[in-house]
Design a protein around this ligand. Structure first.
Ligand SMILES: Nc1ncnc2c1ncn2[C@@H]1O[C@H](COP(=O)(O)OP(=O)(O)OP(=O)(O)O)[C@@H](O)[C@H]1O
Length: 474
């Protein structure tokens, strides 16, 4: 039996209707209503978001337009003029609070609207911080922006499976893209990072030493003020229960860190509560500028210096023996002074010393003081130019490490810890014209801080010497 064959089969493409065309009419009407309601909700959400992000530049014109519509031009014009007068007066009388509460708010809105929002998508794509998966683009979202004049803090929500390393690798590119001098990355919480875009350096001007405190009760050994931080607050170092290492090339301002500490301690030194002991292997070029501050000081790296260190190491052990079972930490009520050992060029003692025997003795004594001196009230303030392990093998024993201007990028991680350079702590990029500027890392605290020590001039040192001998602040 022969089968029937279609003589002219249909070869056209069957029209394919979208699925919703097949829905019943009532359901389509309902869908239109729901879609319209959704659009209204989205538009309202956008409106509220814009009002929150741009409270001044978005809400103020709206209110002004409404007032003009209701009451005419005159009242609005008068109110605006009055407001401008009040703001001008505020700026004159209290410029600091005006900048913080009013001006920076305007700058924030301006920079968000003009710099970050319009360029965000393009920069994210070109920097390869977005991901396309099955036709959908995942893009980091721009969150809170806050301008502080010298820097903009931009909060970002990363896309899933992204880490802060991806952002650290693109720091330079991001800075150039948003017209900033540099960029630093900070992880705030899971999936949220903050980018600091720096526009100027608030530490570019030197900071004069403050007036000498005249009472030793004003000296807190846990909070010794050494200078200012980038954000304008005081830079404080803990001396009690801590050891401090300062590293920087020649002329980076190591001496200013040293003298700023001595400056703050002056009343306590005068009253015998703090005792300074110094070793200056450079022949007294540095510590010899104010020998009045020191109880004992040696100006070379020979036998005398080593014996001084060994003597202190013995004192550390002796005090520790006496404190055992009595107290855990040195306190101010003890009749023994808190001792600060200042070593101006550590490498000359423990690395460049030609006599091997002296070198080993110095190294052993110093390590004893650094590792055991915290509880019995001994603090070492060591300054060095070269932070390599061969030079300072025990740098990890210092709780506070200060990186002044350094020569090479690898030295930054040596001083401050692995990975901090990638986050923006660029001590090797500190300007030659800003001695005293440094990055500081204290154990147990988060990221390093950028700071500048006070500029203690030769005249200040003369005043300091007079104060320590005569007992009166000039
Ligand atoms: N905090 C500071 N603010 C402004 N100028 C400073 C500051 N610290 C140092 N200077 C200036 O920088 C120059 C070098 O400073 P300093 O002698 O402290 O450097 P250093 O690192 O101790 O150098 P070296 O290793 O040769 O002893 C000096 O002329 C000093 O006046």
């Amino acid at each position: 039996m022969s089968r029937w064959v279609d003589p002219a089969p249909f070869e056209g493409v069957r029209p394919r209707l979208p699925w919703w065309m097949l829905l019943p009419g009532k359901l389509k009407c309902l869908a239109v209503v729901v879609a319209l309601a959704w659009l209204v909700v989205v538009a309202l959400g956008r409106f509220v978001l814009t009002a929150v992000r741009y409270p001044v530049t978005f809400v103020a014109p709206l209110v002004a337009a409404w007032c003009v519509w209701r009451h005419g031009w005159w009242p609005v014009g008068l109110t605006c003029t009055g407001l401008a007068g009040v703001l001008a007066l505020w700026a004159k009388v209290a410029p600091h609070s005006f900048r913080r509460l009013c001006w920076y708010r305007l700058v924030t809105e301006w920079r968000r609207a003009v710099v970050y929002a319009p360029r965000w998508r393009t920069v994210m794509r070109l920097a390869e911080l977005t991901k396309d998966v099955r036709g959908r683009e995942y893009r980091p979202s721009l969150r809170h922006v806050r301008s502080e004049g010298w820097r903009d803090r931009v909060r970002v929500r990363m896309i899933p499976a992204q880490s802060s390393d991806a952002w650290e690798l693109r720091r330079d590119g991001l800075a150039h893209s948003f017209g900033a001098r540099s960029c630093r990355i900070r992880v705030l919480r899971p999936r949220v990072v903050e980018l600091d875009f720096m526009h100027s350096d608030p530490l570019s001007r030197s900071i004069p030493a403050p007036a000498l405190v005249d009472v030793s009760s004003g000296v807190d050994l846990k909070r010794v003020t050494v200078g200012c931080t980038e954000s304008g607050s005081s830079w404080r170092i803990r001396l009690q229960g801590n050891q401090v290492l300062g590293v920087g090339v020649q002329g980076s301002g190591k001496a200013s860190v040293l003298w700023s500490i001595v400056w703050h301690l002056a009343p306590a030194i005068r009253d015998g509560l703090v005792r300074l002991v110094g070793v200056d292997p450079k022949g007294g070029m540095e510590l010899g500028q104010c020998p009045e501050a020191f109880d004992r000081v040696v100006y070379d790296n020979g036998v005398q210096a080593v014996e001084l260190l060994e003597d202190l190491a013995v004192q550390v052990k002796d005090r520790a023996d006496r404190y055992r079972g009595v107290r855990r930490l040195w306190t101010r009520v003890d009749d023994e002074p808190f001792t600060v050992l200042v070593v101006d060029e550590l490498a000359d003692l423990v690395a460049y010393q030609s006599d091997q025997n002296l070198r080993e003795r110095a190294s052993r004594a110093l390590q004893t003081i650094v590792s055991q001196g915290r509880a019995p009230g001994f603090c070492v303030l060591a300054l060095v130019q070269d932070p390599r392990k061969e030079v300072v093998g025990f740098r990890h024993l210092f709780g506070t490490r200060i990186a002044l201007r350094l020569d090479e990028p690898v030295q930054v991680d040596m001083v401050l810890g692995d990975g901090v350079r990638a986050k923006g702590a660029a001590a090797h990029e500190i300007d030659e014209n800003t001695p005293g500027v440094a990055w500081v890392k204290t154990d147990g605290r988060g990221l390093p801080e950028r700071v500048r020590a006070f500029h203690v001039t030769d005249t200040d040192l003369l005043a300091l010497a007079a104060y320590l001998t005569d007992g009166e602040a000039a």
